[in-house]
Design a protein around this ligand. Structure first.
Ligand code: HEC
Length: 154
């Protein structure tokens, strides 16, 4: 075997090993990570609505929370790989419908991404009415998906 072939082979093995580690990440870890991501979004929503109630709301606060929401929203769709539903035995409020109707779930996730972008634009514009409207839209996107794909508190 030539040296370069041996190196290529060794690199292939390393790649394979990395893949195995990713596969071995337990369903519980994936579920915890997506739940933590949702908690981040919840925090950003609470902070945003809290700021709306201030006498003189700060556009910097809206901007920061809109950015946090947008980056978390982008991670939602990929947080539900096969095998991370209730059948995994881990504690989750994810309903089987997520994997039965993947297109609808993806559409709901996309709605959130778009709404978060609208919120970012509104926050950047400094227009309070637009910010308020965008926040309502984000809230609607959260609720829309929860109604179809998240189990009620259990
Ligand atoms: C595309 C669907 C979808 C969208 C959009 C969505 N959620 Fe969720 N959310 C879920 C699902 C499914 C779960 C259950 C996850 C689990 O337990 O594995 C969940 C769980 C949560 C949780 C509980 C996390 C925990 O600690 O267990 C919170 C809080 C939450 N979402 C807030 C939000 C907020 C706020 C938004 C909007 C900014 C939002 N979600 C948008 C589907 C969605």
């Amino acid at each position: 075997m030539t040296f370069s072939k041996a190196v290529a082979l060794a690199m292939g093995c390393a790649a394979l090993a990395a893949g195995t580690v990713a596969l071995a990440a337990s369903a519980g870890d994936v579920i915890s990570a997506r739940q933590a991501n949702f908690k981040e979004m919840n925090k950003a929503m609470k902070a945003s609505f809290g700021e709306l109630k201030q006498a003189a709301p700060s556009s910097d606060v809206f901007k920061a929370n809109a950015n946090a929401l947008a980056s978390a929203a982008a991670k939602v769709a990929s947080g539900f790989p096969n095998g991370t539903g209730p059948e995994s035995g881990a504690k989750t409020q994810a309903l089987p419908a997520i994997w039965e109707k993947p297109d609808e779930f993806r559409a709901d996730a996309d709605k959130l991404v778009k709404a978060a972008q609208t919120y970012q634009q509104a926050a950047a514009s400094g227009n309070l009415d637009a910010t308020k409207a965008a926040l309502m839209q984000v809230g609607g996107a959260c609720k829309g998906c929860h109604d179809s794909f998240r189990a009620k508190d259990n």
